[in-house]
Design a protein around this ligand. Structure first.
Ligand SMILES: [Zn+2]
Length: 259
């Protein structure tokens, strides 16, 4: 059966770049076609039909026509605009970071429903006003899981022994999670992990995000888990996310402004 030239899909805009005088090329995440690049022709002209629809961090319904280089967007309507997400700089910066991770994690033209559903829920949570750092940690954990690389936080990655609260643990992203104290220090990146941080990592594994959002946590424990999960994701995706520098700058600036 020939592949139809016109097709419909839901999509979230991950990134974009300008092409020529009036066009824009979008990198889209779709549930069933994975990542794909599509062109929005004439979108930067004032009277464009596509106009405001094709913005980042929105879920769209698209009609596309297959073409040689980039598929062409023939119509677009907004399913979810998530406008509140864009009103806060930290949520916006977090949304860029999540989009970049999703873009790295998904193949072109491949089934990507789990990552799509994860990103969609994360944007909804940011739009609802949930703490961006908790949404980001929940997303990192879920993304590793969706890629079949869920961090091991219950047992030792080396000897498979269940970790007990009274021992010392180490966090070794490249080995897949926690390592007990009986093994020699690995040559890979390794950091000590506190019991409180291990418990929070377990909470991210076991609890739904609504339950995690309600936890009252010391800032130091959240910071430790942030470093641990960012390192884990860097090991999974094999590089540092570029958008993290922007996110950290936004947060540092916020911390300097007295409340
Ligand atoms: Zn062990």
């Amino acid at each position: 059966m020939p592949v139809p030239r016109i097709y419909h899909t839901e999509a979230i805009v991950l990134s974009r770049f300008e092409l020529g005088e009036a066009d824009r090329v979008l990198t889209l995440l779709t549930p069933h076609d994975g990542k794909l690049k599509a062109i929005a022709k004439g979108v930067r002209r004032q009277r464009s039909r596509l106009g405001g629809a094709v913005e980042p961090f929105a879920e769209l319904y698209l009609v596309l026509a297959r073409a040689r280089t980039f598929d062409v967007i023939t119509s677009a309507s907004v399913a979810h605009a998530w406008l509140s997400l864009r009103e806060r700089l930290e949520s916006t910066a977090t949304a860029w970071y999540l989009a970049e991770m999703a873009e790295r994690a998904v193949e072109e033209r491949a089934f990507a429903y789990p990552v799509y559903a994860l990103l969609k829920r994360a944007y909804q949570l940011l739009d609802d006003g949930m703490a961006p750092s908790r949404v980001a940690r929940w997303f990192e954990f879920g993304l590793a899981d969706a890629l079949g690389m869920r961090p091991e936080v219950e047992r030792c990655v080396e000897c498979d022994r269940t970790l007990e609260p009274d021992e010392e643990f180490r966090w070794v992203p490249i080995l897949g999670g926690t390592l007990c104290a009986t093994h020699p220090t690995p040559s890979a990146e390794v950091a000590p992990l506190s019991l409180a941080a291990l418990k929070l990592l377990r909470a991210y594994r076991r609890l739904d995000i609504e339950a995690i959002a309600g936890l009252r946590l010391p800032a130091a424990v959240e910071a430790e888990v942030e470093v641990a999960l960012r390192r884990f994701i860097r090991a999974v995706l094999e590089r540092e996310a570029r958008s993290l520098a922007f996110l950290d700058e936004v947060r540092a600036r916020r911390a300097r402004v007295p409340a």
